[in-house]
Design a protein around this ligand. Structure first.
Ligand code: ATR
Length: 289
């Protein structure tokens, strides 16, 4: 079906810097086209200084909403009227929905990750997770996993700013969810091995192993990998990280961060349009490995 831009076409957008590499415009515009929805999705390279005016302007232009990527996910929390529970906990927003001038901030990154776990054929609800990293991406995963009913999460990070921030988030998660979350120093290798031993899934939420530093891997004790351990990476460049390769060689089941990207977009799409994204089609077209 050919899609024409009309006087009624509804605007959605990506705000970030940089944005030109993003696959989101293709993913959303192709989905609008497939479903015959009169929407368009455009990417704008916006500096932090201009975020506030851009959000205001999009509201006045009656845009349906926007996605936020680096470096805007935290700051945009100040410019919306409401935050979803997960966005409030993680102080991170990647999707804004405009309901007649009322802006609500959501974070769909963690939703995307939990859906990717399911897509890979696993269920981690009621089980234990070991999570490497307490930065932006890891925190989104942490919050959603805790909200969704993962039973216990051991988080490892280097001591520093993110470690201290994570402690506050973890205190809230322990108070407000049924999940038991603990924070450990990444240097504590004995604790790391013990935690993985008790976990159903090990997730790398750090940038270690990402292109161009593909030689990085935070796991030194390779004995932690077992047949019944799921090992996932939020990284998708390279498609197989060193962590995934080492784990796979020792029998663990692995998956990368590609479908987290797909499903965070699918969740945003549904928030804006009320329709599920045609994910099978989008997967084949843009996400085939
Ligand atoms: P993102 O938004 O992609 O999550 P981020 O918020 O900067 O990016 O988080 C990066 C994560 O990778 C952090 O947990 C960071 O650890 P620090 O808080 O100690 O910086 C982690 N990370 C990056 N390089 C690392 C390294 N060499 N060793 C261990 N952790 C590392």
């Amino acid at each position: 079906m050919k899609k024409e831009i009309t006087g009624h076409t509804v605007l959605t957008a990506l705000l970030g810097s940089p944005v030109s590499h993003s696959i989101s415009p293709q993913m959303h515009n192709e989905s609008f086209r497939m479903l015959g929805l009169d929407y368009v999705y455009l990417a704008f390279d916006i500096s932090l200084d201009h975020l506030k005016t851009t959000i205001e302007t999009l509201k006045h232009m009656q845009a349906r909403g926007c996605n936020l990527t680096m470096p805007h996910k935290n700051l945009v929390c100040e410019y919306v009227d409401h935050l979803s529970p997960a966005a409030k906990l993680s102080h991170s927003v990647n999707t804004v929905v405009n309901d007649n001038g009322i802006l609500t901030g959501h974070t769909t990154d963690g939703i995307g990750y939990m859906k990717a776990v399911e897509d890979a054929g696993h269920s981690i609800i009621g089980k234990k997770m070991t999570l490497l990293g307490a930065g932006g991406a890891s925190s989104s995963v942490l919050v959603q996993a805790a909200l969704d009913g993962v039973k216990e999460i051991d988080v490892f990070n280097r001591r520093g700013e993110n470690f201290n921030k994570a402690q506050k988030l973890i205190d809230r998660l322990n108070q407000e969810t049924g999940c038991h979350v603990s924070l450990y120093d990444l240097e504590d290798e004995k604790q790391l091995s013990d935690s993985i031993q008790e976990s159903a899934i090990l997730t790398n939420g750090t940038s270690v192993g990402m292109h161009p530093n593909e030689d990085g891997c935070l796991i030194k004790n390779l004995d932690v990998f077992r047949n019944d351990l799921i090992v996932s990476d939020l990284i998708y460049n390279p498609r197989e990280t060193k962590l995934m390769r080492l784990a796979k060689e020792r029998g663990s089941q692995t998956f990368n961060g590609l479908y987290m990207l797909l499903y965070q977009g699918a969740a945003a799409f549904e928030l804006w349009t009320g329709h599920p994204m045609p994910v099978d089609h989008i997967k084949k077209r843009y996400f085939s490995e």
